[in-house]
Design a protein around this ligand. Structure first.
Ligand code: NAI
Ligand code: A1CAB
Length: 256
């Protein structure tokens, strides 16, 4: 996820590569990142605390305690803004771990890689308006940004954080359905991708309720209503709702 954000920060020219420092324990990843993007790299998380502006925390939530325990926070001179993208990890835990640092909890998603990400941010208690402005401009470089109360962040994680995987399954399944109906795979993929992209754009640009768009496609006695009836029979909408809820609950669990 950090690489997705990094690529857009560079492409949008919000930051120059030589002003960024990436801490990464894997030698091969460090070499790849330095060669591909021209960023500075280190294997020392401690070095990142000397960041002048912002520190993006993008490790797995499960290793947060270990990583924090290896840092020496005494003697840090300027307290950079900590932007945590860790699923489930509450601000209270981050603010305790990063004493004196302003902390913003962030939930981006992988479409950030191509500049159409959806990011939600929730501010911690030490955050000033200038920090929020910085976080917003940083994540606007990778797509759209909404500010939400922290209590909504697990729900955000279940929907837009995990959602790209659910939509990818939908695209794959649409393509499989096309192949099952005799289409060559390359054509089925192209049709599936453009159909999802086009439908999302149509909903967004017209502001119509998704149900209205569904109604526009379903001719009386036609093909679409036959498909919609099958989706209902198989519990499609219920399955999607349950998937978002399961991801939401998992995000809650990661915070415990
Ligand atoms: N993948 C996604 O779509 C999203 C992920 N997130 C969050 O982003 C975080 C990272 O997830 P992914 O990018 O999917 O995982 P990942 O496994 O691709 O990336 C984790 C990175 O952390 C590095 N790492 C491991 N130990 C480290 C240490 N001690 N110090 C510094 N770096 C270390 C790894 O080498 C790796 O490059 C998680 O907290 C996740 O909840 C948030 C939103 C979306
Ligand atoms: O699967 C995960 O835990 C992360 C958080 C949201 C998307 N990926």
């Amino acid at each position: 996820m950090a690489e997705a954000i990094l690529t857009r920060l560079l492409e949008s020219q919000l930051y120059q590569a030589n002003t960024l420092l990436v801490s990464e324990p894997q030698t091969s990843r460090r070499e790849f990142l330095a060669q591909t993007y021209g960023v500075n790299v280190t294997d020392s998380n401690q070095e990142t605390l000397q960041a002048t502006e912002a520190l993006l925390l993008a490790i797995k939530p499960q290793i947060l305690d270990k990583v924090i325990s290896q840092l020496t926070l005494d003697g840090v001179e300027n307290y950079p803004l900590v932007l945590s993208i860790l699923a489930g990890t509450p601000l209270s835990r981050l603010e305790t771990a990063f004493e004196n640092f302003p902390v913003i909890r962030v939930m981006p998603n992988t479409p950030a890689t191509v500049g159409v990400g959806m990011t939600a941010i929730a501010a911690g208690t030490r955050v000033k308006p200038s920090h929020l402005t910085l976080a917003t401009s940083l994540f606007e470089a990778v797509g759209e940004v909404v500010e939400v109360p922290e209590s909504l962040m697990d729900g955000v994680t279940g929907l837009s954080g995990s959602g790209p995987a659910f939509v990818a399954l939908m695209i794959e399944a649409l393509s499989d359905g096309g192949v099952a109906s005799g289409l060559p795979r390359a054509i089925a993929n192209k049709l599936a991708i453009q159909t999802v992209l086009g439908t999302a754009t149509l909903v967004k640009d017209t502001g119509l309720h998704p149900g209205q768009l569904k109604d526009q496609v379903t001719s009386p006695g036609g093909t679409t209503i036959a498909g919609v009836a099958k989706l209902e029979e198989k519990g499609f909408r219920s399955a999607v709702i349950e998937a978002v809820k399961a991801a939401y609950r998992r995000s809650q669990d990661l915070g415990k």
